[in-house]
Design a protein around this ligand. Structure first.
Ligand code: XMP
Length: 474
């Protein structure tokens, strides 16, 4: 975007982000230097700070002395960014080049053992730079540094409260859809639930929700959707009971990728049939979040598994999209869900894959095996909740392998399935660590799984992180 156009939008501040390139290589991201004369405060982070230094006449060295990871920072002089923060603090570094000399008019405000310019500023021009990453959790005071920039330097106010976000979203939805009819697919998960509740707040009866029960859902999930949306919110709900259809389509299918494909296709077919009965609807609600938008923009990420969100629909469905959560992160969506009055079970539900329990059953899927896994999963989740661990864990669930093993129960030989308990911690599902569950929790699960779930005679605990494992088994 040309600078003049950007400045015409009257931004309160501009942040140049970090990036993997060196300012010295050809094709490195750059910006029209007119931006510095615009009178808008600027904060450069890592690469962004180096760009500021280079463009305004400082020196960026390819010294080969990089810094990676936790680093001790020393604030050396008073600074608008650091305010009253301690002079010694820990920050997260990740850079190869470093700023060797600040541009004329800048003062250096912090350093580390390895680099002399870890932060710099020119208050007159309101241009700031930090070599470290204030935006990551590993910089403990980073949020405060960003607040100093936003509130003290740019003059922003923290007016983005949940109530104001909801009000704004409601207005936008009304403006977008007018008096047209709208359809929303509900999966039972938090995103589509919050999107539906929000759209319902905006346009009431114009909304119809469609919930496809694939038969691959967790215990009581369908009942919960009925209870919340039909009874509590009084939303017009189409509940499609398609379990038989899905199980039939999955009959004798063992290959994980084929399972996913069949589930995705069957879902689309079912949804199309419902849509055909609602020809008068012009809009479709999607619970797209901000990270989904970022992720779909990365073209070079390798495909490990074909994730299709059940609810990921083909383009040729003739709907315009309503995506009221597209600027929000998951934690904000949860807060919004609470504010809209959704029950805790939905708002705080752990992520659940689109293809549901099918990717947790190794080998063929039958009603019987689904029932074993559903009951086992409910026990795992109940015990995790009872131990107060549910919100701490990214996911915790049961897996049903294909093998059977010999056991003995009440003097009788048994030959039955094991259940594998999977529990992981993670921030974003890209990487995950297996959760160190207390032995007494494992013990309770083990004894309940064997006593209460017919068809199970053994329990194992998965101690694999991601990588090399994935979170789901298929
Ligand atoms: P993996 O197993 O790849 O899973 O480590 C990473 C995260 O994604 C979830 N998952 C899915 N989510 N559609 C989804 O919407 C899918 O097809 C799908 N497969 C896996 C998984 O539960 C974990 O949180």
């Amino acid at each position: 975007m040309p600078i003049a156009e950007m400045l015409a939008r009257k931004p309160k501040g501009i942040i140049f982000s970090g990036g993997p390139k060196s300012v010295h290589v050809e094709g490195a991201p750059s910006i029209d230097e007119a931006v510095y004369a615009g009178g808008v405060p600027i904060l450069g982070i890592c690469y962004g700070a180096q760009l500021v230094a280079q463009q305004l006449g400082g020196e960026v060295a390819r010294s080969g002395v990089g810094e990676y990871g936790r680093t001790a920072l020393e604030v050396t002089t008073s600074s608008a960014l650091f305010g009253e923060l301690p002079l010694q603090q820990e920050v997260w570094m990740s850079h190869a080049d470093s700023i060797a000399a600040p541009p004329p008019g800048f003062k250096v405000t912090a350093r580390t053992e390895a680099v002399p310019v870890a932060a710099l500023e020119d208050r007159d021009r309101a241009v700031y730079g930090v070599q470290f990453h204030p935006e990551v959790a590993h910089t403990p005071r980073g949020q405060e540094i960003l607040k100093h920039f936003l509130y003290d330097v740019c003059g922003c106010r923290p007016s983005w409260t949940m109530v104001s976000i909801i009000e704004q979203a409601v207005e936008q939805i009304r403006e977008q859809v007018g008096d047209e009819k709208v359809i929303c697919g509900l999966s039972g998960g938090v995103d589509s639930a919050v999107a539906a509740a929000l759209v319902h707040k905006a346009i009431g009866d114009q909304l119809t929700c469609v919930f496809v029960d694939t038969g691959l859902l967790r215990m009581n999930e369908a009942e919960q959707v009925e209870e919340t949306f039909r009874r509590q919110f009084q939303i017009d709900l189409v509940h499609v009971k398609a379990a038989d259809r899905f199980v039939e389509a999955l009959n004798d299918i063992n290959d994980p990728e084929r399972k996913r494909k069949i589930i995705g296709e069957t879902f689309i077919r079912v949804f199309e049939e419902v849509a055909a009965e609602h020809q008068d609807a012009r809009f479709l609600v999607q619970g797209t979040l901000y990270p989904d938008i970022i992720e779909s923009g990365t073209k070079d990420a390798a495909r490990i598994k074909s994730h299709h969100n059940v609810g990921g629909l083909p383009d040729d469905l003739q709907f315009e999209l309503v995506e009221p959560l597209r600027n929000l992160f998951k934690d904000e969506v949860r807060v919004m869900g609470e504010e809209l009055g959704l029950p805790e079970e939905i708002v705080w539900r752990q992520p659940f894959p689109g293809p549901g329990l099918a990717v947790r059953i190794v080998g063929t899927i039958t009603q019987e095996r689904l029932e074993i896994l559903r009951r086992a999963d409910a026990i795992v989740v109940e015990e995790i909740k009872r131990a107060g661990l549910y919100r701490e864990l990214w996911q915790s669930f049961a897996v049903l392998p294909v093998v059977r093993s010999v056991g003995v129960m009440g003097d009788e030989r048994t030959y039955a399935y094991p259940i594998v308990i999977r529990a992981v911690t993670s921030d974003d599902a890209m990487t995950a660590d297996w959760a160190r569950l207390p032995y007494d929790v494992l013990e309770r699960m083990s004894s309940r799984l064997i006593n209460e779930v017919p068809g199970v005679n053994r329990v194992a605990f998965d101690v694999t992180s991601k990588p090399p494992g994935t979170i789901e088994w298929e």
